[in-house]
Design a protein around this ligand. Structure first.
Ligand code: FES
Length: 105
Protein backbone atom coordinates (compact mmCIF):
# COMPACT_ATOMS: atom_id res chain seq x y z
CA UNK A 1 0.00 0.00 0.00
CA UNK A 2 1.16 3.51 -0.68
CA UNK A 3 1.47 5.88 2.28
CA UNK A 4 2.03 9.59 1.72
CA UNK A 5 3.93 11.57 4.35
CA UNK A 6 3.95 15.35 4.16
CA UNK A 7 6.44 17.25 6.29
CA UNK A 8 5.57 20.53 7.98
CA UNK A 9 7.60 22.32 5.29
CA UNK A 10 5.54 20.70 2.55
CA UNK A 11 8.03 18.05 1.43
CA UNK A 12 6.07 15.03 0.30
CA UNK A 13 7.28 11.45 0.41
CA UNK A 14 5.40 8.49 -1.01
CA UNK A 15 6.48 5.22 0.51
CA UNK A 16 5.49 1.62 -0.15
CA UNK A 17 4.40 -0.22 2.96
CA UNK A 18 3.55 -3.86 3.42
CA UNK A 19 0.01 -4.77 4.49
CA UNK A 20 0.12 -5.90 8.12
CA UNK A 21 2.96 -3.58 9.01
CA UNK A 22 2.34 -0.29 10.83
CA UNK A 23 2.57 3.24 9.50
CA UNK A 24 5.32 3.95 12.07
CA UNK A 25 7.39 1.04 10.76
CA UNK A 26 6.92 2.21 7.19
CA UNK A 27 8.13 5.68 8.21
CA UNK A 28 11.22 4.32 9.94
CA UNK A 29 12.05 1.95 7.07
CA UNK A 30 11.97 4.90 4.69
CA UNK A 31 13.70 7.39 6.99
CA UNK A 32 10.77 9.77 7.01
CA UNK A 33 11.83 12.80 9.08
CA UNK A 34 9.65 13.71 12.05
CA UNK A 35 8.74 10.17 13.07
CA UNK A 36 10.87 8.72 15.83
CA UNK A 37 9.06 5.70 17.21
CA UNK A 38 11.15 5.45 20.38
CA UNK A 39 9.12 2.71 22.03
CA UNK A 40 9.07 0.48 18.96
CA UNK A 41 5.32 0.67 18.58
CA UNK A 42 4.26 -0.21 22.11
CA UNK A 43 2.02 2.88 22.37
CA UNK A 44 4.06 4.38 25.20
CA UNK A 45 6.30 7.12 23.78
CA UNK A 46 4.12 9.31 21.50
CA UNK A 47 7.09 10.09 19.23
CA UNK A 48 5.18 8.69 16.28
CA UNK A 49 2.56 11.47 16.40
CA UNK A 50 1.08 12.37 13.00
CA UNK A 51 -1.84 14.37 11.67
CA UNK A 52 -4.15 12.32 9.50
CA UNK A 53 -5.61 13.90 6.39
CA UNK A 54 -9.32 14.62 6.98
CA UNK A 55 -10.42 12.41 4.09
CA UNK A 56 -8.79 9.39 5.74
CA UNK A 57 -9.68 9.90 9.37
CA UNK A 58 -12.88 7.85 9.28
CA UNK A 59 -11.16 4.92 7.56
CA UNK A 60 -8.79 4.33 10.47
CA UNK A 61 -9.50 1.97 13.33
CA UNK A 62 -10.73 3.76 16.48
CA UNK A 63 -8.24 4.85 19.11
CA UNK A 64 -7.53 2.67 22.11
CA UNK A 65 -7.72 4.20 25.58
CA UNK A 66 -3.92 4.07 25.76
CA UNK A 67 -3.53 5.98 22.54
CA UNK A 68 -6.04 8.61 23.69
CA UNK A 69 -4.32 9.08 27.02
CA UNK A 70 -0.88 9.30 25.49
CA UNK A 71 -2.03 11.85 22.91
CA UNK A 72 -3.67 13.97 25.59
CA UNK A 73 -0.27 14.36 27.20
CA UNK A 74 1.49 15.25 23.95
CA UNK A 75 2.36 18.62 22.48
CA UNK A 76 0.42 20.19 19.61
CA UNK A 77 -2.40 17.69 19.59
CA UNK A 78 -5.13 18.35 17.04
CA UNK A 79 -8.48 16.77 16.23
CA UNK A 80 -6.82 14.61 13.61
CA UNK A 81 -3.84 13.49 15.69
CA UNK A 82 -2.97 9.81 15.78
CA UNK A 83 -0.03 7.77 16.95
CA UNK A 84 0.99 6.11 13.73
CA UNK A 85 2.37 2.95 15.37
CA UNK A 86 -1.27 2.19 16.15
CA UNK A 87 -2.30 2.34 12.49
CA UNK A 88 -1.96 -1.06 10.90
CA UNK A 89 -1.75 -0.99 7.14
CA UNK A 90 -4.52 -2.64 5.17
CA UNK A 91 -5.38 -2.64 1.49
CA UNK A 92 -8.05 -0.01 2.13
CA UNK A 93 -5.45 2.41 3.42
CA UNK A 94 -3.67 2.54 0.05
CA UNK A 95 -2.95 6.22 -0.55
CA UNK A 96 -3.26 7.27 3.12
CA UNK A 97 -2.06 10.84 3.66
CA UNK A 98 -0.44 11.95 6.93
CA UNK A 99 1.34 15.12 8.00
CA UNK A 100 4.26 15.01 10.37
CA UNK A 101 4.68 17.55 13.21
CA UNK A 102 7.18 20.39 13.00
CA UNK A 103 9.24 18.72 15.69
CA UNK A 104 9.23 15.41 17.44
CA UNK A 105 11.71 14.19 20.00
FE1 FES B 1 5.89 4.84 20.62
FE2 FES B 1 4.07 4.95 18.70
S1 FES B 1 6.12 4.39 18.54
S2 FES B 1 3.81 5.40 20.80
Amino acid sequence: AKIVFIEHNGTQRDVEAGVGSTVMQAALDNLVPGIVGDCGGACSCATCHTYVDAAWLAKLPPMSEEEKMLLEGSLSVEENSRLCCQIRITGELDGLVLRTPASQF
